[in-house]
Design a protein around this ligand. Structure first.
Ligand code: HPA
Length: 254
């Protein structure tokens, strides 16, 4: 099964489903509300990352419960959407970046399923390239196309970054900065699920543009881009099969 973990904007996809069914999934880390959508001949799980009504801030998201809930209902591939700020003047607000790497600057999150077992996950291909390539092949859904590759810097939040932080993140190779991709994508790999992110640029990082950064700016860009995002998700879902992938054997135990 395919799942969408949606940040702001992506929940519009629920309107496009032929039918929906809400389900509460209990896990050892907590309970999670998931909406099962029928889209064409597929069942797709939708999980709002910040819970219903966008009520949970990034640093309080129960990432372990979210990923385990999807695993428990049989999800094998996850398409995430993340709002991000850009560190690159050439990648402006409204751009969609299909990231291929990350820098983890979170400081206070439950980051692994392996607290009682020594497991060192390989991260030489941090995002699923098979899934990334299917998304990238539908770039014509988005005006301006998709940016193929980029490094997301994940901060703890909930505050935005300082000018010095943005300068530093840019210097060490970051392309975009957000608060929600980690540890989500690592937990998905630990749970042997394919994971790719559509990172939507809602603003330039602090001090890259002279304007003061506000939440309104972030929501305004998402509002304008959400139709394109839904189209990209629907075309990608339509194209995705039940493909076997190395991500689904990441622990090397089967
Ligand atoms: N920084 C961190 N998170 C974000 C930003 C940003 O500039 N924009 C959207 N989410």
């Amino acid at each position: 099964m395919i799942a969408i973990i949606g940040g702001s904007g992506a929940d519009e996809i629920i309107e496009m489903a032929d039918s929906i069914e809400k389900q509460t999934v209990d896990t050892e880390y907590g309970s999670v509300e998931v909406t099962l959508m029928s889209i064409g001949d597929k069942t797709v799980a939708f999980l709002p990352r910040h819970s219903e009504g966008h009520s949970v801030p990034p640093h309080k998201i129960n990432f372990k419960a979210n990923i385990m809930a999807l695993k428990n209902i049989g999800v094998t591939q996850i398409i995430a959407t993340n709002a991000v700020g850009s560190l690159d003047l050439d990648i402006g607000p409204g751009s969609f970046v299909i990231i291929d790497d990350f820098l983890d600057f979170t400081v206070n999150r439950e980051r692994t399923f392996f607290d009682d077992k020594v497991v060192h996950m390989d991260m030489s291909e941090p995002l699923c390239n098979r899934l990334r390539n299917v998304i990238l092949s539908h770039g014509d859904c988005v005006s301006g196309g998709l940016v193929d590759g980029g490094t997301t810097v994940c901060t703890e939040g909930p505050r935005f970054e300082t000018p010095a932080e943005i300068k530093f993140f840019k210097m060490i190779g970051g392309t975009v900065v957000g608060m929600t991709s980690l540890p989500e994508l690592v937990l998905a790999r630990e749970a042997e699920m394919c994971y790719a992110s559509i990172s939507i640029v809602t603003n330039y990082g602090t001090s890259i543009s002279p304007d003061i950064l506000s939440m309104e700016e972030v929501y305004e860009v998402m509002e304008v881009k959400k139709q394109e995002l839904v189209k990209l998700l629907l075309e990608t879902i339509d194209d995705l099969g039940d493909d076997e992938c190395t991500c689904q054997h990441a622990l090397g135990e089967d």
